[in-house]
Design a protein around this ligand. Structure first.
Ligand code: ADP
Ligand code: MG
Length: 263
């Protein structure tokens, strides 16, 4: 697998706080890569620097060989780096299909005046996206009526509207029950394989990470301390130390001292 994204020496300082401290990693086409680490480790800061929402202090981020650090986020998106979508409250009254149509309009750079014609816009393409996430049956339902797990699947369909080759998902399962988390990440993995795209994601549940991620990288206090498969990460002494301050088994759900936002 070739590297889609190459992150080198990526650093972000907030005043005296080195939030991300010279990290190096690759994301390959066709892989689901998990970025884990305790609260405040620098995961969101890393995502935001890659997607162009936040400037970096130093470093390099290459997407398909091209330096993207310093580009505005819409340019990064246009090159093929998508990020998880959050349905704005104002769109809750639209149907599932209309929301996907809006995402298609946005990704194809139509201006907002096209809003009134969203109904006519690329319905086949919108249905195809809904089919990929198993939501075609709900196409005519208002978003406001959806169960939370279905909202998350719809958001996934919307994040695919721009046909990204790399998708950045910071806590895509936030607020979901454990079973639903599993289902969503498993769906993401299927799509990764189908599209041969790369996905970098953060996830609180260690069980979900160990079950689905192809590879895992671990951030602690801004530094990458481990990289590997589930077995390596599970038994990595420094990872255990960071999460539990001991050599206790890495079983997140039953761990004391780690709140729900712990990873
Ligand atoms: P994570 O997503 O792993 O929980 P963050 O990337 O949100 O961690 O935060 C990493 C560190 O950077 C934390 O110490 C946090 O307080 C700090 N930080 C994040 N964003 C800002 C900001 N906009 N201004 C100042 N400090 C920030
Ligand atoms: Mg975060």
């Amino acid at each position: 697998m070739s590297a889609l994204l190459q992150v080198r020496g990526l650093t972000r300082r907030f005043g005296g706080n080195l939030a991300v401290d010279g990290i190096d990693f690759d994301v390959r086409a066709g892989e689901l890569l998990a970025l884990i680490g305790p609260n405040g480790a620098g995961k969101s800061t890393t995502f935001n620097m890659i997607n162009g929402q936040l400037g970096a202090t130093s470093g390099s981020v290459r997407f398909k060989g091209q330096e993207i650090l310093g580009l505005p986020s819409h340019k990064v998106a246009r090159l093929g780096v998508g990020r998880s979508f959050q349905i704005a409250a104002t769109f809750a009254s639209l149907t599932v299909l209309q929301n996907v149509q809006m995402a298609l309009i946005a990704s194809q750079r139509r201006v907002f005046s096209y809003f009134s014609r969203a109904d006519d816009y690329a319905p086949e393409q919108a249905i195809a996206l809904l089919e990929q996430v198993g939501m075609a049956q709900q196409a005519g339902q208002p978003c406001a009526d959806l169960a939370y797990g279905d909202v998350k699947r719809l958001e996934l369909a919307m994040s695919l509207a721009g046909d990204p080759q790399l998708l950045l998902m910071d806590e895509p399962t936030a607020g979901m029950a454990p079973g639903e988390r599993n289902a969503l990440v498993s769906l993401v993995k299927r799509i990764v394989r189908e599209r041969n795209m790369g996905v970098l994601f953060t996830e609180h549940s260690m069980d979900v990470v160990f079950d689905h991620a192809d590879r895992i990288i671990v951030l602690a206090r801004g530094r990458l301390i481990a990289e590997g498969g589930a077995a390596e990460i599970r038994s990595h002494p420094e990872v255990r130390q960071v999460y539990f301050g001991s050599d206790a088994g890495l079983d997140y759900e039953n761990s004391p001292g780690v709140d729900d936002d712990g990873l």
